[in-house]
Ligand binder design. Sequence first.
Ligand code: FE2
Length: 291
Amino acid sequence: MKDLKCFSGDIKTDLIDREPFRINHKLVDHPALSLENISKVILTHPKDKVMFSKGLDHLGINFDKALVKEKDKLDINEIVETIRTSNSYIAVRSAELHPSFKDLFQDILSDVEGFMKINKTGKKAHVPMIWLFIASPGAVTPFHFDRFSNFIMQIRGSKELAVFPPGHEAVVATRDTEAYLDWDVETPPWRDEMEAYAHKFNFKAGEAVHIPYTSGHYVKNGMDDISITLSVFYHSDETLMWSKAMRLNNRLRNRGYNPTPAKQSVVKDKLKATIFPYVNKLSTTLSKFKS
Ligand SMILES: [Fe+2]
């Protein structure tokens, strides 16, 4: 594909949000992504956007609870100095707010929005954001799934990245996916039998993987080096529609209905996506009267 600013090679745009796949990227030596610059970002970034964890070493840990906003307690110099041995994990949300990421963010969006135009899933990325993950050798990111579509780019170090097919009942039941997207439940727990469905990538610096919307995944860092990873999260028009349809389905199931799962009927998904904001606003208003 021509004119890509951050990715390179042939991008399988038809597979986006259907199947995980590997591509390459050009950001390994980008100055914003050096450990030195990321350390500066962490020190000046809003407190609620820097999360930290220690001792992430197995897949069963609840990832939502494991990442705590502990910047107050965090001596970042110590963490950066000891990250080779401390089994630590730092996540930085909305790194694009830092001036050093401004141009890079626009370049990544330009590529992602180009993919959308080709596969006709939208023109502009909705609620895009950059997350950075800095982790010790051997650190584990437990099984979870995200509420956005995602390209994950390895900048330094290596990982084993396992991605599970989106919408597979044996991995995460439709009902659990809908409830998680609607902030009703926590990440569904890891079960060892899910491993059979994993698509595993040996992920090195210079490579990127597309993680489809609602695809479960886990990461085991290599032992050779610390890991620096950039993820761009966003919604296309299509995933935003699915998100609203699935959240409405959760509300309907909570009231005893059995709605058609998302992605089976575009007409129904569009209708649900149109209705959901009104339902959500009404339930928010009603909950204020209750309290
Ligand atoms: Fe994730």
